[in-house]
Design a protein around this ligand. Structure first.
Ligand SMILES: [Zn+2]
Length: 429
């Protein structure tokens, strides 16, 4: 097995940092920190950039060994004699394939019960993604927010499009390292998850010697909309009286909460209309966002019992009779299937039906929906489309605010194609 060299190596004091993925590219994060007798790893990302180069259509991965040999997943030497692997959040370019880890690896994750749900989704996959769940003995431990563990790592809750997400601080023998994972300064729930306050609570008046900071939105030529704009558009759409549906990634609890609150305020009952969203419902309802006072139901047509105590509503008998009283919430994959089924029930979709597609971050996940085909179906069904991308990442104008909180002596931009642009922006303070 070939040993792939790190993309970047840096030695400072007793610490050696090695970056195996996520440098000059978006995603595939894998950072090794060696500090005297300690060796820890931050993230185990899949490098989608590499995957796209080697595989397309009928050319598919032969398995873990091949994925490793082309550098799509971290090399094995990353995990040799490690104390622990820390996963910042459950996007695949950070979580990676747990089935490819050496037996006995100790893995810290943001949530064990959410991980188990994700593993169920992928276990049955007919593709290489079936390697996502644990296979051999892997010890899994849940990160505890704001608490430093025995290796000196403190998880900081941050706002992002997968829940829960953490930045990680390593307090070493003589240096402190800040690792951002993916994050934004302000999300759709506003101050209910305050990234900079949470960072401040851990770093306080101290500072990081080295900050590994994501820069996804820097250097992009398309600006995704911010949380306030998203709420404003969504509110206007929901004020109408037509049938409304929205697609959402099942892990995006912040967005799910914000959408459900806006729908309830507009007198619409939120109808959970796809299987993965039903699976994740108990974890979402018990998350930290106090998603109470929601008008919430599960589509009985799914014939899938929910473990959460919610009402059932029939798409066929209730929603089509009073389209303005509901908001159907779907995951991107099941969206079209639901509409096609509603059409087969012999009823035209009501005029003025609206579909809101919340496009996932590019390069973070496998594109599971054929966009063009989806568009043809939606036209044919007479559905009007709003396509909105709410970013899970901070904006260039927010970098200054972040750096004032982290106060790094040395900045290493990761998860960006333009590290030099991030540095220039940082130095313009
Ligand atoms: Zn992410």
């Amino acid at each position: 097995m070939s040993t792939l060299r790190p993309q970047l190596t840096l030695t400072e004091g007793s610490i050696t940092l090695e970056i195996y993925g996520g440098y000059r590219e978006i995603g595939g994060n894998c950072i090794v920190i060696k500090d005297r007798d300690k060796k820890i790893v931050f993230d185990n990302g899949i490098r989608f950039q590499v995957l796209r180069k080697y595989y397309r259509g009928s050319i598919r991965p032969l398995g873990i060994n091949e994925l490793r040999s082309i550098g799509a997943i971290p090399p094995l030497n990353v995990f040799e004699n490690i104390d622990a692997l820390y996963i910042s959040h459950f996007h695949l370019d950070h979580l990676g394939l747990l089935g490819a880890l050496p037996p006995g690896t100790r893995v810290y994750v943001p949530s064990i019960s959410i991980l188990e749900t994700i593993e169920e989704w992928y276990r049955a996959s007919s593709t290489w993604l079936a390697e996502l769940p644990r296979k051999l003995h892997i010890e899994v431990i849940e990160l505890i927010p704001h608490r430093e563990d025995e290796r000196g790592v403190t998880p900081i809750p941050v706002s992002h499009s997968a829940y829960p997400s953490y930045a990680l601080v390593y307090n070493g023998y003589d240096k402190t390292i800040f690792y951002s994972g993916d994050f934004r300064v302000s999300g759709p729930l506003g101050p209910r998850i305050n990234t900079t306050d949470n960072i401040d609570r851990v770093l306080g008046s101290g500072s990081a010697d080295i900050a590994l900071l994501e820069g996804t939105n820097i250097g992009g030529i398309e600006t995704p909309i911010g949380s306030e704009e998203f709420r404003s558009i969504l509110n206007k759409v929901l004020m109408g009286s037509g049938l409304a549906m929205i697609s959402i990634d099942p892990l995006d609890f912040e967005l799910l909460t914000a959408i459900s609150e806006l729908a309830s305020l507009n007198g619409r009952t939120v109808v959970i209309s796809s299987s993965r969203l039903v699976d994740i419902l108990p974890q979402w309802l018990s998350s930290a966002f106090n998603a109470n006072n929601l008008m919430l139901a599960v589509a009985s047509d799914l014939e899938k019992p929910s473990l959460a105590p919610v009402d059932y509503v029939s798409l066929k008998h209730d929603v089509l009779k009073d389209p303005g009283g509901f908001l159907l919430v779907q995951e991107p994959i099941g969206f079209l299937e639901m509409l096609r089924r509603m059409r087969i029930w012999g009823e035209e979709l009501p005029n003025g039906a609206i579909a809101i597609l919340t496009t996932p971050e590019p390069l973070e996940a496998e594109a599971e929906v054929e966009e063009k085909t989806l568009a043809y179906w939606l036209y044919m069904l007479g559905v009007h489309v709003y396509r909105i991308r709410l970013s899970g990442h901070y904006y260039p104008h927010e970098l200054k605010n972040i750096l004032n909180t982290v106060k790094p002596k040395k900045l290493i931009p990761i998860h960006t194609r333009h590290p030099s642009l991030v540095l220039k922006l940082a130095n313009s303070r």
